[in-house]
Design a protein around this ligand. Sequence first.
Ligand code: ADP
Ligand code: MG
Length: 257
Amino acid sequence: MIEVKHICKSFEEKDVLRDISTVFDKGKTNLIIGRSGSGKTVLMKTLIGLIRPSSGEILYDERKLTAMRKPELKMLRREMGMLFQGSALFDSMTVLENVMFPLDMFTHESWKEREKRAKFCLERVNLTDANDMYPGEISGGMMKRVAIARSIALNPKYLFCDEPNSGLDPKTALLIDDLIHDITKEYNMTTVINTHDMNSVMNIGEKIIFIFEGEKAWEGTKDEIMTSTNEKLNDFVFASDLFKKVKKIENWVNEEG
Ligand SMILES: Nc1ncnc2c1ncn2[C@@H]1O[C@H](COP(=O)(O)OP(=O)(O)O)[C@@H](O)[C@H]1O
Ligand SMILES: [Mg+2]
């Protein structure tokens, strides 16, 4: 569980995050949604300690990240998996070497052990035949799988994904969502996902916080989204094509009835 308490962040004169409080639950896919520029990435970077908030606190299962010095933060980071925009794979390393990288960096296990763990993670994301290939030789969806395998290599308690679906076709995007969701359940991780994709929201939005111009404007579940009367949220939701279609069908059903 990650508790966020009254987080504010300003860059020079600009208030980018304004008094955000929430809780990200363990064993759930927690979604941060909002338009481009609303502050999702800044919030996620603040969560993982890459950006210092101007004020407010962040607690990881009672441990106060915002009070930590570098060595403590480094220890905590060891418990975090990260999947950032783009796949950020190393082009000059094979798929297997990419997944082994965090193990090489952070563990003292033997090469055989590290290889075994990396292969296990690659199998978990259903990539078994690509170990010796280079990122340039595989599809975008496969690269994303490699990145997920790498992010879970160290068996993290907390998983952060910033727009994990960007650049993927809708079908592959759904598969990646499902994979992140299933892994979250399997390892009982606290997973936080930034997205502006309504398909993802309705697919895996167990807990959702909606950010509007740096403020938390709404919080709820994917079922509550459909019945919310929050205007800002509805503007965001119904701006997406999927929901124009759903609304059309609803209106049509109502008229028929
Ligand atoms: N390092 C920075 N310095 C100044 N402004 C920034 C910085 N990082 C982000 N911003 C601003 O913060 C706002 C929110 O950005 P971001 O969190 O990237 O939005 P989102 O991820 O929701 O698209 C934007 O207006 C952006 O220009
Ligand atoms: Mg962003």
